[in-house]
Design a protein around this ligand. Structure first.
Ligand code: GAL
Length: 706
């Protein structure tokens, strides 16, 4: 159980300040009808709770908590600190955030605060304390919801206070030694040398590219500055109510915050997920985000704290969820480890910025399709109650390193087109299509428990972490490493040899991968280069490399252009395991490689067909080149799907309790499919039978004894 509430949590943000009190009573009753078990209260209530600096008004919130308790509904109570009131901003205008161009952002939206402001932090922790002390004993309180979506709207602030905080952070990082900072930032280049920490400012708008070391530290600092806000509130809550779990809602795989460092301080990892119904493959990226959330909590059940019941209101075109999609996507979160499905928001607003955002109770009230779906989902989540607390197992891990992500996407690199999330997604999508379970791990994780480790990109890697990967492979693990890896250390300095001079790529991964990269060969926009793997041609886009093997065998070769005939994909037998290197972006679908020297391979020599000694055969390839490589790596690692033989487009996951396995079968096709390949001796928790088919966008949760 992630809170004291048993079963799967179901509910929404409730913003009752918008309605007269009689509506609250009605809403509580309707929540009962819908099977709601938890509401999130107070997320944007600061102005109501503290109408003036020395004035508090808790009466209305007292009545709400009492009301929900009387209806048996638990409360996820927010500390309400995400949006300071107008009086606060006018009294302390210096707390408003400032952009890199020096523009101070105004009051009138939300999330308008400087993370480094001691005035803001003091006011926020004062409010958190007032709320905590008021409700410490309240029986409705089940979960603390600290702030809301840290990093939403404002991820960094460039004001004078932030500058002071940045300098403090730097003094701490570099042991008060400006020489260390100068070395780390490489300030001898372009005459950027500092004599004192006081000379340093945030990376505000400058005439040209800003020092990359400064930018990288700024990103680290900005994540830490928001984390400090979170930790300050958390400390208050832990002091007043040590028994109540805390969370703060994450924003899926978000670049700005290093969620590994954040999640370590959460009792419950929670996420806000808004996949776009207009995007036919949105469920794939969604699955990736959910796997990340589960992994951030070390495999513990997590909580979907917000999703839209139907359309959002903040895209250019806001497409609603067609019938069945809300159900399918909701159960998908449970399939990937969520123990609750919450929404934004309960009752549709009649005014304000989000009045056209869907809600569990639409403007049209209880006569609508939306409401019927709300009631149905609540009833179905009750049927799934027993899966709460169960966990899943993965034999494959993907390395995700925020520091490397930040460094990779800095300016003035060989190509501005390389984006880590896209790379990871293209690899993830191939595992997803094969129904292979996967976890995410941080770069310093001990990978020994996995049979296959994937590093779609490790631009920045420490010698220590590279050494750990080498030990893993030596001991029998399989590793697949993507292009432009092993390039820099934690300081974003290019890896060099022991003497600090001659080095070469891929730095500390060279021996493990058995290759030397002579030069990077980014591929111009709109072009592709054919790569032959296992007798088939696949398009490489965005990136290629001049690779020389120093021990690895060649698994795939470039077929055209300057690199024609050179290695593109390699595998190095290393100790008892194998280390693959993919020197290009093979995430593009077959058929997109016909331009600019691409073209099918069957027309010329040089291509071997059948099975190579690396285990890649024509029959194993997936829908992209990276799929072909991953198929072979999965085979080498002996890793298969959660369930084999299911029709394409059917997602399957498995959660296990001590006594049972729960197979989640999710049909993302818009046609019926057969479930012949699913376990016969299992019963669907939703229907009580063993379905032979799944309807279009249908769902089954098959329970099997262990
Ligand atoms: C989230 C936010 C909610 C609401 C929702 C729908 O980002 O936390 O308060 O705005 O999006 O747009």
């Amino acid at each position: 159980m992630i809170t004291r509430v048993s079963g799967l949590l179901y509910g929404a943000d409730y913003n009752p300040e918008q309605w007269p009190e009689p509506v609250w009573e009605r809403d509580a009753k309707l929540m009962g009808e819908a099977g709601v078990t938890m509401v999130t209260l107070g997320v944007f209530s600061w102005a109501r709770l503290q109408p003036a600096e020395q004035e508090w008004d808790f009466g209305w919130l007292d009545r709400l908590l009492d009301l929900f308790h009387a209806h048996g509904i638990a409360v996820d109570l927010a500390t309400a600190t995400a949006s300071p009131p107008a009086w606060f901003v006018r009294r302390y205008p210096q707390t408003l955030p400032v952009t890199a161009d020096g523009v101070r952002l105004e009051f009138g939206s939300r999330q308008h605060y400087c993370p480094s402001s001691p005035i803001y932090r003091a006011a926020a922790t004062r409010l958190a304390r007032a709320v905590a002390e008021r409700y410490r004993e309240h029986p409705a309180l089940a979960l603390w919801h600290i702030h809301n979506e840290y990093g939403d709207h404002v991820t960094e602030c460039f004001c004078a206070e932030s500058a002071r905080d940045f300098r403090r952070w730097l003094r701490d990082r570099y042991s008060d030694d400006i020489g260390q900072l100068n070395f780390a930032w490489g300030t001898e280049f372009w005459a950027q040398r500092y004599s004192h920490f006081e000379e340093i400012e945030p990376p505000r708008r400058a005439p040209g590219p800003v020092n990359p070391g400064q930018l990288l530290d700024w990103r680290r600092f900005s994540s830490d500055a928001l984390l400090a806000c979170f930790l300050a509130e958390r400390a208050v809550l832990k002091e007043v109510t040590p028994q109540v779990p805390v969370t703060t809602n994450f924003m899926s795989m978000m670049k700005d915050l290093d969620y590994w460092t954040w999640a370590a301080h959460e009792d419950v990892v929670s996420d806000d997920a808004y996949p776009d119904p207009a995007d036919a493959s949105a469920h794939v990226a969604a699955a990736m985000n959910y796997d990340l959330m589960r992994s951030l909590g070390g495999g513990r059940p997590w909580l979907l704290l917000e999703q839209a019941p139907s359309a959002v209101s903040w895209r250019a075109v806001n497409v609603p969820k067609p019938p069945e999609l809300r159900r399918l996507w909701s159960v998908q979160t449970v399939a990937r480890g969520a123990d609750g499905v919450m929404h934004f928001q309960w009752r549709a607003s009649r005014a304000g910025a989000e009045k056209f955002h869907s809600a569990l109770l639409p403007h049209g009230g209880t006569g609508t399709r939306g409401w019927r779906e709300t009631v149905r989902l609540g009833a179905e989540l009750k049927l799934l109650a027993e899966v709460a607390g169960s966990r899943s197992q993965s034999a494959v891990a993907i390395v995700l390193d925020w520091n490397s992500w930040w460094a990779l996407e800095a300016e003035d690199h060989p190509s501005a087109r390389v984006r880590l999330k896209e790379q990871i997604l293209s690899w993830y999508a191939e595992l997803y299509a094969r129904n292979v379970a996967v976890d995410f791990v941080p770069p310093d994780a001990e990978p020994a428990g996995y049979r296959l480790v994937l590093a779609p990109n490790l631009y920045s890697v420490s010698r220590e972490n590279a050494g750990r990967l080498a030990e893993y492979v030596r001991g029998g693990g399989q590793l697949v490493c993507g292009f432009f890896s092993g390039i820099v250390d934690e300081l974003d300095h290019v890896h060099q040899g022991i003497d600090g001079l001659d080095g070469g790529y891929p730095g500390p991964l060279t021996e493990l991968l058995g290759v030397a990269v002579d030069e990077w060969w980014p591929i111009p926009d709109g072009e592709a280069v054919a790569v032959e793997i296992g007798g088939r041609s696949w398009p490489a886009t965005r990136w290629s490399e001049w690779v020389e093997t120093t021990g690895a065998e060649v698994v795939g070769r470039y077929r055209r252009g300057v690199l024609a005939g050179r290695p593109a994909v390699t595998r190095n037998a290393f100790g008892a395991g194998g280390a693959w290197y993919v020197s290009c972006d093979l995430g593009g679908a077959e058929g997109s490689g016909e331009q600019a020297g691409g073209g099918p391979l069957g027309d010329s020599g040089g291509g071997s067909s059948g099975t190579s000694s690396s285990g890649i055969s024509t029959s194993m390839v997936g829908s992209t080149g990276i799929g072909a490589v991953l198929s072979a790596a999965l085979a080498a690692a002996g890793v298969g799907p959660v369930l084999p033989g299911l029709p394409a487009g059917v997602e399957v996951t498995c959660r296990r309790s001590d006594s049972h396995s729960y197979y989640f079968l999710l049909n993302h096709n818009d046609r019926e499919v057969s479930l012949a390949a699913a376990p016969a001796d299992a019963v669907d928790l939703l229907t009580g039978g063993r379905p032979s088919h799944l309807a279009a966008h249908g769902v089954a949760v098959l329970k099997q004894g262990r």
